[in-house]
Design a protein around this ligand. Structure first.
Ligand code: SIN
Ligand code: CO
Length: 390
């Protein structure tokens, strides 16, 4: 049974209306928070090759900052000073069941918006400096205390401190000043400056969200529609007129181009599909096995012999209802959804749902069997053996 983090009277609808993406909120806990990882567990993750980790150190005046990337040698971690460092471990939810469990509380936000759970282990005075993020974050305070100062709006025009890879703000205008304790949750919307400093040893857990930029969206959209664009969709002169100067590209041409581009956006399907591909793309594709080449018969045989299929723990699923059907998105790929899957999509897209009866679903019809094989071959489903379970 996972622990409750949000207070019993937390009103998610109210939160979405008043705070989400708008203004910060400090949600006080009941003081009974239990850290899912020990300090040793966190240090062990920072030593792992496959785990993304960073170490941020500063001087006593928070004037000079240093950033180092992991993995870190045991000796480095064993000889950290008593103050002014913060060790960040990204995507701890992919490595630790207890860390993953913390995400359960945030299912009032669509699951595909969650990017990862980052852990920050800090010594007294440690932090990552005054900065802003482009995405929302819930920061759950675990062990110890942290002082959080929140500033005003910041964006790509805000001046940054020179000489550091960390994107630290030159100016910080404190508007809120809060000390958080175990179990408190701080919500910070995108583009709000914030500055956390550990008071004694501190552990915090940041639930970060995925918010693709317009450049990424456009890039993905182009990749989605380019293969299906017919050659004959092209620029035409709809109202030819004598040019004032033969070298001029006039504003009528610009309007014409705009119309052409808008026509391409009329169909919401490729747009939705490209967005879904981005939102379900794995954070670390290298954690997936090589593409498999199972067939319906080889996979059915394996399941009959006692193998069990499971969702890959790093998998991201989502679906989109369409008129007369559904599209399923799994780890950046898009699939037409067979009818037998439609009532199960909620479970399939919920990483905390009990496993689906894959074997029974395989037997439903050919389309269901083909979909399961495709999900298995791309690594979204895998056969968990006892060793992998452990
Ligand atoms: C931290 O926990 O110090 C960093 C989290 C954040 O600022 O988003
Ligand atoms: Co931040």
């Amino acid at each position: 049974m996972s622990q409750r983090l949000l207070p019993a009277d937390f009103d998610a609808r109210h939160f979405l209306r008043e705070y989400w993406q708008k203004k910060p909120l400090l949600i006080r806990g009941d003081g009974h928070f239990v850290d899912p990882l020990s300090r040793e567990d966190i240090l062990a993750l920072a030593r792992e090759e496959l785990v993304e980790s960073r170490l941020v150190t500063s001087d006593a005046q928070d004037q000079r900052w240093q950033l180092r990337h992991g993995p870190f040698a045991a000796k480095v971690l064993a000889t950290l000073p008593a103050q002014h460092w913060s060790l960040l471990v990204q995507a701890a939810d992919q490595w630790h069941e207890g860390a993953r469990e913390l995400l359960r509380e945030f299912d009032f936000i669509p699951r595909w918006r969650i990017d990862d759970l980052m852990i920050s282990l800090a010594a007294d005075g440690g932090g990552v400096g005054p900065h802003f993020d482009y995405y929302d974050v819930f920061i759950i305070q675990g062990l110890g205390k942290k002082r959080w100062r929140l500033g005003g709006h910041a964006d790509s025009n805000s001046p940054l401190l020179p000489d550091t890879e960390l994107r630290l703000l030159q100016h910080f205008d404190t508007q809120e000043d809060w000390v958080v304790e175990p179990g408190d949750i701080l919500y910070i919307p995108p583009n709000i400056a914030h500055y956390g400093i550990a008071i004694g040893d501190s552990v915090s857990y940041s639930v970060g969200f995925r918010a693709p930029g317009a450049a990424e969206l456009l890039d993905e959209f182009c990749a989605e529609i380019l293969p299906s664009l017919a050659e004959d969709i092209r620029y035409v002169d709809t109202a030819p007129a004598l040019p004032a100067s033969p070298g001029e590209i006039g504003s009528k041409v610009s309007a014409q181009l705009l119309t052409l581009m808008q026509t391409l956006l009329q169909d919401p399907r490729p747009l939705t599909r490209s967005f879904a591909r981005l939102m379900t793309r794995p954070k670390y594709p290298e954690l997936f096995d090589e593409e498999q080449d199972a067939s319906v018969s080889t996979l059915s045989q394996a399941l009959r012999s006692g193998a069990t299929l499971q969702r890959h723990p790093s998998s991201r699923f989502a679906f989109h209802p369409l008129e007369g059907g559904c599209e399923l998105y799994a780890d950046g790929e898009c699939f037409a959804c067979p009818t037998s899957f439609v009532p199960r999509l909620g479970e399939l897209c919920d990483p905390f749902a009990p496993e689906l009866p894959w074997q029974a679903l395989m037997g439903e019809d050919e389309a269901s069997a083909q979909l399961i094989v495709a999900l298995y071959n791309q690594g979204s489903l895998w056969i968990a053996d006892d060793e992998e379970d452990a």
